[in-house]
Design a protein around this ligand. Sequence first.
Ligand SMILES: [Zn+2]
Length: 221
Amino acid sequence: MDVSDFDFGNKVNLTDVEEGFCMADDDWDQQNSSTDLLLVGKILGNKSLNLDTVGTILSKAWCPVNGVTVNQVGEDRLVFSFKHKLDRKRALEGGPWSYEKRLVVLNSVGPEDNPSQVDLNWCDFIIHIKGLPLGKANKNMVEKICSQMGRFRIGIDVSKPIPRLMKIRNDRGDLIVVSFKFERLPNFCYYCGKLDHMAIHCKNRYDNEEEIKTEDLPYCR
Ligand SMILES: [Zn+2]
């Protein structure tokens, strides 16, 4: 039966349980703000995790003044519970972080969100763009490059190979090639450029009949 079936304007007999209870505004706010102290995350790569070690190592990186605890949700998701918003903000905005040289992807979670469904495909990186001609590195161009790569604000889709360079043509067809240098880039696959494994475990490399020396791998150059 749907709530809309009831006409609360007329006399409806409700049981004690149905009469419910009053909840103070503070309690509503408490419920809504509880996710303000949470982050959902995952650590790329298919290795099992020791939660205590994860908590210890990321605490060393984040240095939360009021502490943080970590719990696992499902197979590979982690929920970090902070005790202060500033500690959470520093972890969310100060990345990218890594654990054993594997990328830690973090995202906020809203009151209505299911932690197991929060988007964990994006991670902000600090990128230096090399190769822009002197005097041409204007805001429009940088924004255009960023939007071509993924999200504005140098967000990178971690499910795809990391971009090494980008070709840019002007109206006359002149070509410029800019390259990207990532700060604090964790381990990644030098064969296919993805962040969730290394070249020694790369399925694409196994599928390729041709033997390629490590120093000749596409992302090594
Ligand atoms: Zn690979």
